[in-house]
Write a protein that binds this ligand. Structure first.
Ligand SMILES: CC(C)(COP(=O)(O)OP(=O)(O)OC[C@H]1O[C@@H](n2cnc3c(N)ncnc32)[C@H](O)[C@@H]1OP(=O)(O)O)[C@@H](O)C(=O)NCCC(=O)NCCS
Length: 253
């Protein structure tokens, strides 16, 4: 849904679907092949060749697998150079509930060049927490912020920030096509402002927005199963509903 809203092309080739986001070629999960199930051992090479054919200029590989459960990754994948990406998809039928945040930040939508510039800076800060970024990552983040802004300006998304002294400390996005589902995006709090209830407050505000303005009946959020966010999402009312799977390889630094 979000790829479609953002203007990505989605082409069904029969055996797989191609999702293409030419404005942001370094966005792995904006430029990928979606397959209906995990590859058999003798199919991995063919999948990678197919990816190279569809994306000849790409320096990454991204292969989505359109199933909701994979009991165990096949052992042979360890010899392919591909990494298994797994995410947990959580959903809620009511906006998350959150108590008041510490320090009374100003909570409001992002709406100016300065706000979006700060959002871009926050993404860079959060990405740096994972170590030195791979080549091209900064350009990817810039284009990703530009896409979020376009979605907001076209009425398909809202990004809400928590500001302390005009500094953006936490942000949560939510996008919807108005057909019943709203999907959270880009949840993050500056490392110096964590555990003050900022993200919880924004999840709650964005969820209410999604239901009231986009008419959503289901709020969806996706998290790294081993990351810091999944416990928070569960504590504010989201329930895990399924897994999301993919195989990828990044450019080497
Ligand atoms: C995940 C993340 C967004 C949470 O942001 P945050 O603003 O710290 O979130 P909150 O303060 O609302 O909640 C965090 C924890 O602090 C607790 N908390 C909230 N208010 C608190 C307070 N006043 N005092 C102490 N703890 C508090 C919450 O209960 C929650 O605990 P839990 O994780 O055990 O459930 C932040 O850690 C982050 O940006 N991480 C890196 C990027 C990332 O992983 N993003 C999510 C992608 S899916």
């Amino acid at each position: 849904m979000v790829r479609r809203l953002a203007g990505s092309s989605i082409t069904d080739r029969g055996r797989y679907i191609v999702v293409r986001t030419p404005e942001n070629p370094g966005f792995h999960w904006g430029n990928f092949l979606l397959w209906p199930g995990p590859p058999a051992e003798d199919e991995v090479g063919e999948w990678m060749a197919q990816f190279a054919e569809e994306f000849p200029a790409a320096t990454h590989v991204a292969l989505g697998i359109d199933v909701t459960e994979i009991p165990e990754w096949p052992g042979y994948l360890s010899t392919t150079g591909l990494e298994a990406d797994s995410s947990v998809v959580l959903a809620a039928e009511l906006p998350p509930e959150a108590g008041p945040p510490d320090g009374a930040p100003t909570v409001r939508p992002l709406c100016s060049d300065d706000d979006w510039g700060q959002e871009q800076g926050l993404r860079v800060t959060l990405a740096a927490e994972d170590g030195p970024p791979p080549p091209g990552h900064h350009a990817f983040l810039e284009r990703s912020t530009a896409e979020s802004r376009r979605l907001v300006e076209s009425g398909r998304a809202e990004y809400i920030g928590a500001f302390v002294d005009d500094r953006l400390c936490s942000v949560v996005g939510i996008a919807s096509d108005g057909l019943g589902v709203a999907r959270y995006q880009n949840v993050g709090t500056h490392p110096g402002y964590r555990r003050r209830g900022f993200a919880s407050t924004l999840l709650s505000r964005a969820g209410s927005f999604g239901m009231e303005v986009f008419g959503a009946r289901l709020l969806v959020i996706v998290a790294d199963p081993d990351g810091p966010a999944v416990g928070l999402y569960r504590s504010v009312g989201f329930e895990p509903v399924e897994g999301q799977w993919g195989l990828s390889a990044s450019p080497v630094s």
